[in-house]
Design a protein around this ligand. Structure first.
Ligand code: NAD
Length: 438
């Protein structure tokens, strides 16, 4: 393919070298003349393992040239990868100056081009940028229509500096966000041979996934480092602790606990987090990330409360009360917190949980519910149908085939269903269904 690459920093230069190595003809464009001169002389503008030799060989192959002129690059290529920098502005927002200036030039360069050009944004961009900011600029400058005369796609880049050629050849996955088949097919032709899955998604989801991945990496590093600070204070080897943590492929290094849903609770996670924070406090170790977990969890409960109250109805049914499906353990259940808060707001609450029978609750479990929802007996109903009869709003906090079937049988057009669990059958329910965050 004839490819142009805009921005010859780490991402752009490595992409240029690897694409040329794979037999494509590549035009690199940058505003920095020094980078252009280096590349045209067969040298690398970035320090990366393997780049010295690779750049030398691809430039010698005559499949690479580096220029300043945007119009020439657009004319002589069918697909453009945009890899310019998107650093932080002083206030923390994304500085999009470079990519927006470039968008004006790209649009203008498109004016005289008839063949359908594909723009692939590889720079990290805040969600919404391609569709709401860049596409209008390209359309206004070119007088052409995206999706008809030219196409935009967002393909997040996952390479890491230091191992970028290896990462280019073996990315975790290829994600292409686009609204049309043509750019997806072009990108499949370009990257489909890589040894990873190829996922097509919306432009905005692709933009967001990049942030989500980087934030997750930052979270993991900080988790390991906060744990290490605690280990140091306790005289424990942090490498051993983290190594053991990683050896659990069932609950730790796995998909477990990574599905969006309602807040966590129960008799272990909140109390153990609090004890960890106290341990840190006793030894003057600040653990802000760990502290933030509980604060964030409370926000999630508040989010659910706000949605229930926003429904405007006073007749609310809670489907589920225990901290997770299949148990009657009510201790620190975030559904109990929800019930308590709604009762405090004067909501007429009804509760159904197939596992919770007041007469069978004992010990700490009984004491917890007596403290938090003392009149639970008056609120509990034997069936989901009874709750549906008495309420306009149904808050679903349990996830089981029995609950899904009962909801299908009893939800009708009167009901507003707030789904806290990610119901698999929401389309089959008669009422208006809204997810907590989906
Ligand atoms: N560096 C990484 O490991 C990495 C990994 C994944 C994604 N990203 C993202 O990719 C993007 C590029 O990152 P980078 O580290 O390669 O950036 P970089 O700062 O190394 O390079 C950016 C290049 O863009 C050039 N440029 C600026 N304005 C231009 C214009 N109008 N026309 C042409 N070129 C222009 C600059 O001169 C520079 O050479 C960023 O959005 C970054 O967040 C980076």
């Amino acid at each position: 393919m004839n490819i142009s690459i805009f921005g010859l920093g780490y991402v752009g230069a490595v992409s240029l070298a690897c694409l040329a190595r794979d037999g494509h003809t590549v035009i690199g464009v940058d505003v920095d003349q020094a980078k252009l001169d280096l590349i045209n002389a067969g040298m690398t503008p970035v320090v990366e393992e393997g780049m010295v030799e690779l750049m030398q060989s691809v430039v010698a192959s005559d499949r690479v040239r580096a220029i300043r002129d945007v119009e020439t690059a657009i004319r002589d290529s069918a697909i453009s990868l945009i890899c310019v920098g998107t650093p932080s502005a002083a206030n923390g927002s994304q500085d999009q100056g470079a990519v927006l200036r470039l968008a004006h030039q790209l649009g203008a360069a498109l004016r005289n081009k008839m063949a359908p050009h594909v723009f692939v944004f590889r720079s990290t961009l805040v969600p919404g940028t391609v569709e709401e900011v860049i596409r209008p600029i390209l359309e206004a400058e070119s007088g052409q229509r995206e999706g008809v005369d030219f196409f935009c796609a967002f393909q997040p880049e996952f390479l890491r500096e230091g191992t970028s050629i290896r990462d280019y050849d073996k990315p975790p996955f290829t994600i292409v966000g686009c609204n049309h088949d043509f750019p997806a097919e072009r990108l499949r032709a370009l990257f489909g041979h890589l040894p990873c899955e190829f996922y097509r998604t919306s432009v905005r989801a692709a933009e967001l996934v990049k942030y989500c991945c980087n934030n997750f990496h930052a979270l993991k590093i900080t988790f390991a480092n906060e744990t290490a600070r605690l280990c140091e204070a306790l005289g424990v080897d942090p490498f051993q602790v983290m190594d053991l943590l990683c050896r659990d492929g069932q609950l730790n290094i796995s998909k477990a606990y990574l599905r969006p849903g309602y807040a966590f609770g129960g008799s272990c996670l909140p109390k153990d987090l609090r004890a960890t924070l106290y341990l840190g406090k006793q030894r003057d170790i600040d653990l802000p990330m760990h502290a933030g977990i509980l604060a964030s969890n409370r926000h999630h409960v508040d989010h659910a409360i706000a949605k229930v109250l926003a429904s405007g109805s006073r007749r609310v049914g809670l489907i589920g009360l225990s901290f997770k499906t299949g148990t009657d353990d009510l201790r620190e259940s975030p559904l109990v917190t929800l019930a308590e808060q709604l009762l405090g707001k004067g909501i007429q609450l009804r509760v159904y949980d197939p596992e919770v029978h007041l007469s069978r609750l004992l010990g700490a479990n009984r004491r917890f519910i007596d403290d938090h929802v003392p009149h639970l007996g008056e609120l509990l109903r034997e069936t989901l149908g009874e709750v549906a009869d008495e309420c306009d709003v149904l808050v679903v906090g349990l996830s089981s085939p029995g609950i899904f079937a009962a909801l299908e049988a009893h939800v009708d057009s009167r009901h507003y269903v707030l789904d806290l669990v990610g119901l698999p059958n929401r389309a089959a329910l008669g009422g208006r269904v809204e997810g907590l965050c989906w």
